[in-house]
Ligand binder design. Structure first.
Ligand code: ADP
Ligand code: MG
Length: 167
């Protein structure tokens, strides 16, 4: 990027961990989101189709994976990243007013579903070195063990699954 070439951005002491909210703050925000919207591990949660909902979905996913299911921060990190991509797509590519988020845990697996009212299908695109878009599903494909989209009479569910060590 012009103007930034060769300029190292200052990092707070402690590296990436120092710029992330503390675990206590993440818990508080996650619990707040669960209280406001519901727990996506118990029933589908409906969120308004606005960019701010990506943050809400991330907080819900983080809370469920770590506090509700008891998995590691590493599992949460991947889940949250991929939730963010699917929610971003539901918001950007469908023109919907709202979307649904549901999280399911099965023996050895975590599954996340994002339901939207469009029957247009997600399309994994070949990614080139310099592409700045079209990387979301590429990431989902790389970091999940399975993913796909199931058409519904109205709309579809885009989902991914990750293998996890049972706890
Ligand atoms: N929920 C969705 N509904 C309809 N089309 C989608 C959806 N998600 C993704 N797509 C399509 O798949 C393409 C690739 O998605 P993605 O890899 O996330 O890249 P980007 O969002 O940057 O375009 C999108 O450009 C869009 O055409
Ligand atoms: Mg995308």
């Amino acid at each position: 990027m012009a103007g930034l070439e060769g300029v190292e951005q200052p990092r707070p002491q402690g590296g990436a961990a120092a710029v992330r909210p503390t675990a206590a703050l993440e818990d508080e925000q996650g619990l707040g989101a669960v209280e406001e919207y519901g727990n996506p591990a118990e029933a589908e949660v409906t969120l308004p189709s606005m960019p701010v909902s990506a943050g809400t979905a991330r907080r819900l996913a983080q809370y469920v994976v770590i506090r509700f299911w008891g998995f590691s921060p590493q599992v949460a990190e991947h889940t949250v990243l991929l939730v963010s991509e699917l929610v971003g797509n539901a918001v950007r590519h469908t023109g919907a007013r709202s979307f649904g988020l549901r999280m399911v845990r099965r023996r050895g697996w975590i599954r996340v579903e994002v339901r939207d009212p469009s029957r247009g299908l997600p399309c994994l695109m070949p990614v080139q070195e310099l592409d700045t878009t079209g990387r979301g599903l590429f990431l989902v494909d790389k970091l999940s063990d399975r993913w796909g989209a199931d058409l519904l009479p109205r709309g579809k569910i885009t989902w991914f699954e990750m293998r996890v060590a049972d706890r």
